[in-house]
Design a protein around this ligand. Sequence first.
Ligand code: ATP
Ligand code: MG
Length: 442
Amino acid sequence: MSDIQSKDSSKVGAFKKLSAVKGMNDVLPGESAKWEWLESKVRSLMAQYAYRNIRTPIVEPTALFVRGLGEVTDIVEKEMYSFEDRLNGEALTLRPESTAGVVRAVVEHNMLYEGGKRLYYMGPMFRHERPQRGRYRQFHQIGAEVLGFQGPEIDAEVILLAHDLWQAIGLKDVRLELNSLGQPPERLAHRAALISHFEKHPDVLDEDAKRRLYTNPLRILDTKNPAMKEVVESAPQLMDFLGEVSLAHFNALRQILDMNGVRYTLNPRLVRGMDYYNLTVFEFITDQLGSQGTVCGGGRYDYLIEQVGGKPAPAVGWALGLERVLALLEEQGALPPDAVPDAYAIVPDAGSLPLVLKYLRSLRAFGIKVQMHAGSGEGVGSMKSQFKKADGSGAAYALIFGADELSQNKVSVKSLRDGNGAQRSESLDSLETWAHSLQSPH
Ligand code: ATP
Ligand code: MG
């Protein structure tokens, strides 16, 4: 007996039920309507900012992430879904994030040849984390990446883009935290100070921190271990190691944000989880989602393009977590109601269905959202049960395609929501004169 064909008590039919992989969720209708709503808001805002969509593969060479994100990072050390291609043994990974893939594509297609590019993406990412609210193994990001531009006004542009997105979707109470990670020589000086600071407190360092002390001490600052809070807070701050040029970049960015009325707080301990960042880093954070409070994070990554094999070029971007943004909108009661059809077609006689199908397509061509009744067993069911379905669909109107009506090329239109169920008769020969009256205002 095979593993899927067992005498398990949980089975209903001949086969045992299978479930989704832990930490990976189905998005069912109702929920998916919210996703589509958010995605469409993002698309129209991206168009206003003249950012263009890019779609890269979900599977990339493992080396891309090891090289791009850094060997000594949570993602590369413990969170990647990696496997060998069965046929040629190539080391592959389900993308844990999309910046590296976008950069790979930009380099591969020589996209910066005629100047900078503004791009955005949406899609699933994969990280082997401990599943909890706001933290999944398949989750979804929307990201913006701007490549080929140097100045702080571009850092400001991507931050404003995110800020405007919160406005467009009605998201409240996210605060912006800002820091600068400086440039490699500044990081090197800070690194030495950081190592000697942590060396003085060996007993509070956890396993990860001990392992990273000499390979990537900056990562220790990104710890989620509350026991290390104090040693991290007393650590030397990168800001104190920044030279004039880095400071000027940071101050210019702050000025632009001030000018645009974007409020932020400085967080000298904000370092982000990947190694590719330099200069500006930022996060949008909420207190309303427990410990999974970062809804969006990003920064500058001026050295990644070169690391992936391209001609050096500056870049900046961010990614937001769709599940977290939706959870926060839900928390704030800011999600739109589920979409419903305008009308529900009641068909008392199954023999009329072919003709009704034809009329409904004509109505749809006038922009009406209409759902046709269909039977789930023998026949189409009683009028009463059809009306129950019509009511449950949320439609404002029932269209009754009775045999009598059809023989006169007519349909009865009954209001389902106005209380007294007003009913009128309309001609199927002149749909264009009344179809629009079925349309709901939104
Ligand atoms: P965290 O500190 O919460 O682990 P991160 O720094 O690893 O987040 P990024 O890699 O910057 O996150 O990804 C950007 C955004 O994607 C996060 O701010 C978050 O909203 C979302 N995100 C990251 N990991 C997950 C996950 N496992 N499940 C759901 N959303 C996630
Ligand atoms: Mg993480």
